[in-house]
Design a protein around this ligand. Structure first.
Ligand SMILES: [Fe+2]
Length: 127
């Protein structure tokens, strides 16, 4: 991947991970089942670790955006978990594809990539 494109990807990844921390915490507060809440809190903390991995690569301090954290609890109410969780899982699986070329240059991203696959499986496992 050319260096400029890779930097863009890394910054986008860092932002996405930061936003996901807030998103999973907000979801944890919104969901009915205790197991779901506990799972989302665990995922939030793992996304926090991911953000730190990307921060170390970009050297930038980014601020989390609240958009997804606001939207997802609303979607949970509107769609219910049976329709929402597969959408969340799809985001996680998409991240696997986005991170694969980055992991080729930065071995520390490999475990991040693998976590996203597991996150997708975990979220689907709540259904
Ligand atoms: Fe992540």
């Amino acid at each position: 991947m050319p260096q400029q494109n890779e930097r863009k990807t890394l910054l986008k990844a860092q932002q996405g991970e930061l936003d996901a921390v807030l998103m999973y915490h907000a979801l944890a507060d919104a969901v009915k089942e205790k197991k779901d809440a506990e799972t989302f809190r665990r995922l939030a903390s793992e996304e926090g670790r991911h953000a730190a991995v990307f921060k170390a690569l970009t050297g930038e301090n980014l601020k989390p955006k609240k958009t997804l954290a606001t939207l997802l609890p609303i979607l949970y109410k509107l769609l219910g978990k049976k329709r929402l969780y597969p959408i969340i899982a799809k985001f996680e699986y998409n991240a696997v594809n986005t991170y694969a070329p980055v992991a080729a240059n930065h071995p520390e991203v490999e475990s991040v990539k693998n976590d996203e696959k597991r996150h997708g499986d975990t979220v689907l496992g709540l259904l």
